[in-house]
Design a protein around this ligand. Structure first.
Ligand SMILES: Nc1ncnc2c1ncn2[C@@H]1O[C@H](COP(=O)(O)OP(=O)(O)OP(=O)(O)O)[C@@H](O)[C@H]1O
Length: 247
């Protein structure tokens, strides 16, 4: 059997005495579209924070294509092929959209400190950034500062910056939150056309979108995995109803 893209084993995170993630084990296979489902406070964002290194687990292991991530700083994890978007925007507001993407691309380049090639004048880097902005239909706004763009544009820019990292595993935290109807269609279309080999883990509260996208689903509740399975498995499982209805 192929090696999982992401193998989480016995993962635990306590805040004070309370476990936000409790003994979570989960395999996500290469190219899988995986949805993390669960009511508010279930631990979905905490799990993302642990995977990308914004939080340190109390115990357990997280392997990306066999390499242990626990103990590595977030930048190193990016180098292994991991990228994420945040519910809270993390952009450089006074830089243009194009320069934001160039900065993301530049972070991957080995020759980033080449003193004789001023960053802003790097034509190939700019062309690459423009191509990525085009994928999220933002090429028209390339030279506008982020601070002068609408919320929906920023959310799409954030996805563009994650794509600029050419990730093998992409974590998307509510990519549709706060978007207009047109923008939602645009992002849904973008999600549907991500490279097949890219593994995507999604947190999304819009069930229609989430279920249309995901092949496998993990239901979390109180920081624990209740069940993992296909859409049909999760829909038929009485525990799904119990978790959502608090029965
Ligand atoms: N930095 C923190 N300090 C203390 N407790 C935290 C911290 N971050 C999360 N928690 C707690 O961990 C639990 C899980 O929160 P988390 O944000 O991961 O849930 P979630 O499933 O992403 O919820 P939502 O759907 O509302 O975003 C909650 O009880 C939350 O209060």
């Amino acid at each position: 059997m192929a090696e999982p893209a992401l193998r989480i084993d016995g993962l635990t995170k306590q805040f004070g005495g309370l476990p936000a993630i409790a003994d979570v084990s989960l395999d996500i296979m290469p190219g899988e579209r995986h949805l993390l489902l669960g009511p508010n406070g279930a631990g979905k964002t905490t799990l993302f924070n642990l995977i990308c290194g914004d939080l340190t687990p109390t115990g357990g292991s997280i392997r990306l294509f066999g390499s242990e991530l626990v103990g590595l700083p977030p930048r190193k994890r990016t180098g292994f092929g991991l990228a994420r978007t945040y519910q809270i925007l993390t952009l450089f507001p006074h830089e243009t959209l194009c320069r934001n993407v160039m900065l993301a691309l530049n972070g991957l380049r080995r020759d980033k400190w080449r003193a004789w090639s001023p960053f802003g004048a790097d034509a190939s880097l700019r062309a690459e950034a423009l191509a990525i902005l085009d994928r999220v239909k933002l090429a028209d706004l390339a030279d506008r500062p982020v601070s002068q763009t609408a919320y929906g544009d920023r959310r799409r820019l954030e996805i563009a910056m994650a794509l600029a990292l050419a990730p093998r595993v992409l974590l998307l935290d509510e990519p549709l939150a706060g978007l207009s109807r047109d923008e939602r269609v645009m992002v849904q279309d973008l999600l549907a056309n991500l490279p097949e080999e890219m593994t995507v883990v999604l947190i999304e509260h819009d069930m229609d979108v989430a279920l249309a996208f995901a092949e496998r689903i993990t239901l979390l509740h109180h920081g624990r995995v209740v069940t993992t399975g296909s859409r049909a498995d999760i829909a038929a499982d009485p525990r799904t109803r119990e978790v959502y209805l608090g029965a």
